[in-house]
Design a protein around this ligand. Structure first.
Ligand SMILES: N[C@@H](CCC(=O)N[C@@H](CS)C(=O)NCC(=O)O)C(=O)O
Length: 215
């Protein structure tokens, strides 16, 4: 039994789900409806109350990258060089691209949680700097995207870097946080990557809440 605690509206969950689809690993999605919940059990027991969480039998795994790697193991492809992981990125620019992509994904979560869900003031210095950092990260990624992609092995099936860039870019369309218009290279990349069946099977949506039980 393979269970993924996550949300179809989350770019971290989508990253893991794209790996599962590409690798042909079936899983059951256990949806957390309230991101503000303080009930660890709803986060699959994650001590920091973060998603996604993968449960395989009695093993519980935290962290999107860990989960993507576990899907590769479950598919019997842990050592397949056509799957490109961060440690195989050889040049500084491509390594920086992965770092700044993870950062941008987390920054967007904090902006959504802080401003949209917890109704904190968007003009607070904390959020202003976070939004500026997110825009700066996107500008850097957009400018360097072509050489970053060119540095990836041409024979790859999938790289964590491309999946995270795709999930980040499309999430900014799904849940507008900072404008995406200034980043045409990212938008074009997302359009092409979005043709893959794994991308089309994981489109963002707000998971419908189950109907309330009768009293
Ligand atoms: N480093 C974690 C980050 C995951 C993360 O930030 N997940 C968001 C999903 S939207 C979350 O659970 N946020 C809840 C919170 O921060 O309270 C990973 O790679 O999985």
């Amino acid at each position: 039994m393979i269970q993924l605690f996550g949300r179809r509206s989350s770019h971290f969950t989508r990253t893991a789900a794209i790996f599962a689809h590409e690798l042909g690993v079936p899983f059951e999605l256990l949806v957390l409806h309230d991101l503000k919940s303080l009930d660890r059990a709803q986060f699959g027991g994650h001590p920091a109350m973060k998603l996604p969480v993968l449960r395989v039998g009695d093993e519980t795994l935290w962290g999107t990258e860990n989960i993507c790697r576990r899907f590769a193991e479950l598919a019997g492809r842990a050592t397949d060089s056509r799957l490109v992981w961060p440690e195989t990125l050889r040049d500084v620019r491509t390594r920086n691209a992965q770092e700044i992509t993870w950062h941008a994904m987390s920054a967007q979560v904090q902006l959504v949680l802080g401003i949209a869900l917890n109704r904190l003031p968007a003009d607070n210095g904390f959020f202003v700097k976070l939004a500026m950092g997110l825009a700066g990260s996107l500008a850097w990624l957009d400018e360097h995207l072509a050489p970053v992609l060119a540095a990836l092995p041409p024979e790859r099936q999938l790289s964590l870097l491309e999946v995270t860039i795709f999930c980040l870019t499309t999430h900014l369309e799904f849940r507008p946080t900072v404008p995406l218009e200034p980043y045409p290279n990212l938008r074009r990349f997302a359009e092409v990557f979005g043709q893959r069946p794994s991308a089309q099977q994981t489109t963002y949506l707000f998971d419908p809440r189950p109907p309330k039980e009768n009293p």
